[in-house]
Design a binder for this molecule. Structure first.
Ligand code: AMP
Length: 493
């Protein structure tokens, strides 16, 4: 029996959520109508490097042909050679930064993915994670599709390939109606660039302009680097189609409640970006202020865990009226691997990156501020360092609620069992980290910092990592038993 678009209707076995599942943090960028499209894309990706450091790629189109360069490593490593940029001809280019959580960072998974369709070439760059890609993939494979990668994004290509629609954008819409998950996409096909945000708008995507060219990017910091002007955010559920003549906006999906990822403000986005009208830096400072209002303790000095804890620590220090000091110095030149001396150095991993600044902490009562605790490993080592540097008391203040649940929408978090807060209450976490006190901002405090009266008072973010309230079905994880998935497929008919 076949379902929508001829897909077999048998429900496949659920895939285990183990090291073989794929979820990615990523940055996307696209520019259309600029003679130096590839060079601008490389710069945009460089500004988005924090969203993914494993691999990067650019696909350009010169009016007749597509050109592609993809590699493992940082943007600067892959695109610093002028000859590489020169090969990426054309005034249309899209790019992608990838961070994969699995060991499978192989070149064929590096985006933009590219495919030849009956309508021409097609390139796609995806930030987010599809939550029913394993199930769709099994159905597609059963139907004879041959996958070239293990990336969740490739299901979109195959769904487009078997779509009964003719036009590229219609095929894309047809495919997206069948996927669950979080996605901000930048795609290009012959002389068309398209930007898409999933109906809930979990991941960011902004539109900019430069010398008459149109730009799509994950964050505004990628517009700043090339001197482009911010135009607006792509709206949740919106498809922006940019061609040579005109930019069109389509809204093909049923309206849904907007659920932007609050962790973008806490950790993921760059502080100099403006997401959904809010400065990430301001949001982080306000979270720090709110944290101080909720859980201040007597201390001499506020010390951020660099770099992610810095704005929240500034807000905390301002609110508490206590000096902010660089009590931990971060080495920004950490390479990938070092040969460890034969006699192993305790905590070398963290020491390569962080060193306590005795002058700021010795003999003092220190409040350490970090954005989040995931496994707790960083906190344990940092606290040990600060104590060894002579701090009299060490208190930890965390600018997010306890991370109790994994993210399935594109932020790399470990399995639930590995999250410290999933297995420990606050007192057990305090003992584990080895601090005098630890406190997390409350979920309502976080919403207050975002300018709202509290949670459940109007606007909601995606805060599933703190609340377990997953706004998009976790179809793969739940084994595809959700009827919603089948009905979505039926809708695609
Ligand atoms: P952990 O040592 O596992 O508790 O990690 C906590 C540290 O990792 C914090 O200092 C955060 O700044 C950082 N962090 C939080 N979320 C992520 C993430 N998704 N990817 C990489 N680092 C993260």
């Amino acid at each position: 029996m076949n379902g929508a678009a001829g897909l077999p209707m048998t429900i496949p076995r659920p895939l285990p959520r183990d090291g073989d599942t794929f979820h990615e943090e990523c940055g996307v960028f696209g520019i259309f109508g600029h003679n130096d499209a590839a060079a601008h894309t490389a710069l945009g990706l460089h500004a988005l490097q924090h969203r993914g450091q494993e691999a990067a790629g650019i696909v350009s189109f010169d009016g007749a042909q597509f050109h592609s360069e993809r590699g493992l490593g940082h943007v600067g490593d892959i695109f610093s050679d002028q000859r590489v940029i020169d090969r990426l001809k054309g005034d249309l280019a899209i790019g992608h930064n990838r961070y994969a959580t699995t060991g499978d960072t192989i070149l064929r998974n590096v985006q933009p993915l590219f495919a030849e369709f009956s309508f021409g070439g097609f390139a796609i760059a995806h930030n987010g994670n599809l939550t029913n890609s394993s199930i769709l993939r099994r159905r597609l494979v059963a139907r004879g599709c041959i996958f070239q990668s293990t990336s969740d994004t490739e299901v979109i290509i195959h769904l487009m390939a078997i779509s009964p629609q003719f036009d590229m954008v219609d095929r894309l819409i047809d495919a997206l109606r069948q996927v669950d998950g979080a996605y901000s996409l930048v795609v290009s096909s012959n002389d068309v660039m398209v930007g898409v945000r999933d109906p809930l708008g979990v991941r960011p995507l902004v539109i900019g302009t430069l010398d008459g060219a149109t730009i799509l990017a994950s964050e505004t910091c990628a517009l700043d680097i090339i001197g482009a002007k911010f135009v607006r955010d792509v709206a949740p559920g919106e498809i922006v189609v940019v061609d040579r003549q005109v930019t069109r906006s389509l809204r093909p999906f049923p309206p849904a409640q907007h659920r932007f990822c609050v962790f973008e403000y806490i950790y993921f986005a760059r502080p100099d970006s403006i997401s959904e009208g809010t400065s990430v830096y301001d949001a982080r400072k306000r979270i720090g202020q709110e944290l101080a209002k909720e859980s201040h303790v007597a201390a001499d000095v506020i010390v951020p865990v660099p770099d992610s804890g810095v704005p929240a620590a500034m807000g905390y220090a301002e609110q508490a009226g206590i000096p902010f000091e660089y009590g931990i110095i971060r080495n920004h030149y950490v390479g990938r691997t070092f040969i460890e001396p034969a006699e192993q150095i305790r905590h070398l991993g963290v020491k390569l990156k962080h060193n306590p600044n005795r002058a700021a902490v010795a003999g003092r009562r220190v409040i350490l501020v970090d954005d989040s605790i995931v496994r707790g490993t960083t906190s344990v080592k940092i606290v040990e360092m600060i104590r060894a540097a002579g701090a009299r008391e060490v208190h930890m203040r965390i600018a997010s609620p306890p991370t109790t649940n994994s993210c399935f929408y594109g932020v790399d978090t470990p399995e639930r069992e590995k999250l410290l807060a999933a297995r420990h209450d606050v007192e057990a976490m305090r003992a584990y980290i080895g601090v005098d006190t630890v406190a997390f901002i409350s979920i309502d405090g976080l919403y207050r910092a975002m300018g709202l009266p509290g949670r459940n008072n109007g606007k909601l973010y995606c805060d599933a990592c703190f609340t377990g309230d997953y706004p998009i079905p976790l179809t793969d994880r739940d084994g595809g038993t959700a009827g919603a998935q089948l009905s979505l497929l039926a809708e695609g008919l």
